[in-house]
Write a protein that binds this ligand. Sequence first.
Ligand code: GLC
Length: 737
Amino acid sequence: MDKRKIIGSLFMGFAFFSVAVNAQQPLYKNATLPVEERVNDLLGRMTLEEKILQLNQYTLGRNNNENNLGEAIKQIPAGIGSLIYFDETPELRNAMQKRAMEETRLGIPLIFGYDVIHGFRTVYPISLAQACSWSTSLVEDACATAAMEARKSGVDWTFSPMIDVARDGRWGRISEGYGEDPYTNAAFCVASVNGYQGDDLKSSDRVAACLKHYVGYGASEAGMDYVYTEISNQTLWDTYLPPYEAGIKAGAQTVMSSFNDISGTPGSGNHYTMTEILKNRWKHDGFVVSDWSAVPQLIAQGAAADSKDAARVAFNAGLEMDMMGRCYDKHLETLVKEGTVSMERIDDAVRRILRVKFRLGLFENPYTPVAKPEERFLLPQSKAVAERLAEECIVLLKNEGGILPLQPEGASTTTIAVMGPLLDAEKELLGNWNGHGRAEDVYPIKKALQEEFAGRANLLFHAGCPFDGDDESQFASALEVARQADVLLLFMGERHNWSGENCVRSTIELPDVQSAFIAEMKKAGKPIVLILANGRPLALSNVEPLCDAIVEMWQPGVPGGKPVAGVLSGRVNPSGKLSVTFPRATGQIPIYYNRRKSARPESGKYQDIPSTPLYEFGYGLSYTHFAYGDLSLSKSSVSAGEKLVAQISVTNVGKCDGAETVHWFISDPACRITRPNKELKHFEKQPIKAGETKIFRFEIDPMRDLSFVDADGQHFLEPGEYYVMVGGQKVKLEIHE
Ligand code: GLC
């Protein structure tokens, strides 16, 4: 028989064999079939008990979230849908996965989730700081790093990004989102989803994203946590939903329902948000997971009579997976048999969860290869991304007389006193929700300054004062050190756990002992540079007059003191701009840039302080200066469907290279629904060398950029007068029929 026939018969044999094998294996195990076919085949094989188990999430491994200690589940059913995975190596995860794959009838893999909020082990700046970089590409890169570390450590799914618009600094979770503005949260949401999910969820470097906390959690009354939020449908649509709509369009696979009560219907029992909007309007085909125990918490909120009622309310509202609530596993079977929960809803919920598991490739690759920590953690390229991002988050708030950068080239050796509770406090620089971050990974402030100023300055270190309390016992010795110095660097601010979940503060001023310390150091008569590491906006009116310069370094994560050392020496030209307003006083809260207009703009103000913020949204100084040219529009009058281009030139007229973010706002002076006085609709950051001019453009699509949304979520664009605003300029634009 000639060669061709041999090859032909081998091929036929193989083809027959593979058909035979496929014929034997169930369709859902055939990776060549479309996901929907596999989902339907598997669903059709499942019993009600197996379906209900998929709708539950327990925990596995070390539980390091102080707010829900001790709720570990001892006996985990092998067929459960998901686990929150607290370890940083995949062995335990793989052992549990083996139970799911081998001890269950259908071998449905678990999906393992975890709070990878701003880094897994290579922790980078908190989200509120990330937004101050105005660099969506850097944030995407950082999230991609976090995804790689997480997936290679046994986590397939992160409970991130948090995209809750927040305007109350007393609420500790303001640190976890991207600030006060809907558009900013939407832009960084998309960057995060793209960074986490990439374009191939099966990749061993990607994880499923989770948009949270759906929805309106940031409107927490009085800045408290877990409480009521008064949100009209109008505000729901024009303020809190836009980041979620953007994230769904970007392909986010999951959403987490929120703790808060949304004007009488808690987020975790809200059919309007979880079904009518998310599923029916936005066609989301992934699934909703509850926040931790949010299902049984419906009882505490007065929305359910008992845990069975809570399961019914949450499940029928469109919440697919019960995180640690133990309501679905206990009651759904009874509810189905009673007819208060339909099999159609059960099947839809299970389909959504199976769909995400198939998309993640978990049926083909249920196990995480075990790699050495050094093969995935703290890689040079990962740390480089974190450092770049930390540099670009730094906001220079004040620089009286150009005292910064210290020691312009050629100056004589300077004696610098470095003081404050942040010295030797690396853990605090990790920020909250720091995953598997470790204090020893953080670049110490002292070490960074010693390296930065080696041979150029004499550094004197002194702890100065505590973070809080009333111990002033070191003030006198600190003042002695201050008197020996030419300039004082005071590193002040917050501990990592003063912000984040369940971290509410009644005031956003610095603690009294820190303010008193700054006032005491002022007695030395030397210039003071205040460097802040904090997880919320701060009210600085009582210390701002005492400081010649103020640098907001936020909580940078692993890069620690290195980025800010670069800013202090001039190696890094600060380019951050605020993503959240810094008020003068706590009493001004809520305060944010895009407020609606007053009936009497010149009246109704505070009698005791100016009614303006201390530092407004978008504020940030540079070591150089940028001159803005004239704002121009390619057209001054267009129809709703006609696009146009706004542009402006920006020249670096200073002596050093820098980077400038241009924020583009629009305003609509008169509309059937009142609108904010201005709305951010585009931003762009560009490096601009000394003497160089760059052009910034905003391609305006009127329906996208000028329209508004009504209380039913309908977007509309009225003909009439609009304004495009940038850098203090505004130009009129006519929209005609
Ligand atoms: C927490 C938080 C949520 C987190 C979840 C899992 O209570 O509210 O943001 O993702 O539980 O830890």
